[in-house]
Write a protein that binds this ligand. Structure first.
Ligand code: SF4
Ligand code: SF4
Length: 398
């Protein structure tokens, strides 16, 4: 694709990156075939090729971005298009740049700004999530059925994780939402790792910063990243071997710390170190050991986009479940997003609900006893649409 970005922009690292990505696209449109939003709306501008054009036009002629931003907002950042693209176009990086510039150029309506600000601030703070859930549970009897079923059940009590002395140790993150609605996931990971002699401990700090970053609140995201680097680096450069994460949305984002902070002379090196030492739990090499119970249940597995497309981890969880005795039921279109996508279900409820219904049809076709996944956002979103239990895969290996 030919480009003519402004000279001043081309003198920045961001401008060079955008130019390189735009030029790598040969506008073949193959990516549209696997794009969930293009499949639902049939609008070229709701597919990756159309969005690439919108970003190019905005960066070239500095238009006000009002048309483009609507279509970028509808993008799930699922990266199915990156997996499909034969030219290896790094769409996700271009999208980050496009969103940032269009957000700066356009004045969103006040209600939209307040909603986005609240989502970024409330969901990143466990005490606020806890308070909000407590209020929602009190109000549950008065809420419409479809809203009441979306309120997560109270999780079991959890204890602080502590590795046995002398064991090799890994560090993990509690997660802003996960620490409140499903602390049992990290507990399950610790138990399974302990069977192979590995200790797991939780680091200081709850939020990885992904929520703010994907809402184009770059300043807030970088503030969170810097705080995490200060908290995590000393341990990771010392006694802990890896930073291992049970939620693929967070592991995927922490792996981007190095790239996001590369122009920050004070943090760049440590950010890159943390990214290199970050692993999704499903991508960690450990012996899972034999469980006492003979497993007879069937499972449908949903691989989050942040695992299969963003990190390229394929088949590991399915293999572990089968090794443990579970029968995996086949599903259709496993590459498609479930519609959770961070804050997407709150900001684009229409498209998100359609994707959820399609995903549940696919997962439930084989009548599994359990549905499982690898990301807290997908888990909650899927559970909001079905009575069948939805679990994190590591909970099935305890
Ligand atoms: S992003 Fe890739 S698949 Fe899509 S139009 Fe460009 S080159 Fe083709
Ligand atoms: S990230 Fe997902 S929703 Fe966005 S353009 Fe690519 S395939 Fe479509």
């Amino acid at each position: 694709m030919q480009t003519s970005l402004p000279k001043e922009f081309l003198q920045t690292k961001e401008g060079l990156k955008a130019n390189e990505i735009l030029r790598s696209c040969v506008h073949c449109g193959l990516c549209n075939a696997t794009c969930p939003t293009y499949q639902l709306t049939g609008n070229e501008l709701d597919g990756p090729r159309g969005r690439i054009y919108l970003i190019k036009n905005h960066l070239e002629d500095q238009n006000d971005g009002s048309v483009g931003l609507r279509h970028l907002d509808r993008c799930l950042t699922c990266l199915a298009c990156e997996t499909t693209c034969p030219s290896n176009v790094r769409y996700g990086h271009l999208l980050d740049i496009g969103r940032k510039h269009m957000n700066q150029a356009i004045n969103r309506p006040l209600a939209s700004r307040i909603k986005r600000h609240l989502i970024a601030r409330v969901f990143a703070r466990p005490y606020l999530v806890r308070a909000m859930l407590a209020l929602a549970r009190l109000a549950r009897p008065f809420l419409p059925q479809d809203l009441a079923t979306k309120i997560p059940a109270r999780p079991p009590a959890s204890r602080a994780l502590a590795a046995k002395s002398g064991a090799p140790k890994l560090l993990t993150i509690r997660g802003c939402v996960q620490s409140v609605v499903a602390p049992q996931i990290n507990q399950a990971a610790a138990k399974v790792l302990e069977r192979s002699g590995i200790g797991l401990e939780e680091a200081k700090g709850n939020c990885c910063g992904a929520l703010s970053y994907h809402l184009a609140d770059t300043a807030q995201a970088e503030k969170t990243i810097r705080r995490n680097i200060d908290n995590w680096y000393p341990g990771l450069a010392g006694e802990y071997q890896y930073f291992v994460v049970t939620s693929s949305g967070c592991s995927s984002f922490i792996k981007q710390y190095g790239e996001i902070m590369q122009t920050d002379s004070h943090y760049a090196e440590r950010a890159a170190f943390i990214s290199e030492h970050c692993r999704d739990l499903s991508d960690l090499d450990f012996a899972q050991g034999t469980r006492a119970v003979k497993e007879t249940r069937s499972v449908a597995f949903h691989s989050p986009c942040t695992l299969q497309h963003a990190q390229g981890v394929l088949g590991n969880i399915e293999g572990r479940l089968e090794d443990a005795g579970y029968r995996l039921v086949p599903t259709t279109d496993p590459h498609l997003c479930c519609g959770s996508a961070g804050s997407y279900s709150l900001l684009e409820p229409g498209l998100s609900t359609q994707l959820l219904e399609n995903k549940l049809d696919s997962l439930e076709k084989g009548e599994p006893d359990i549905i499982c996944t690898a990301n807290i956002g997908c888990l909650m979103h899927l559970q909001s649409g079905t009575r069948r239990p939805v679990k994190h895969w590591i909970e099935l290996l305890v």
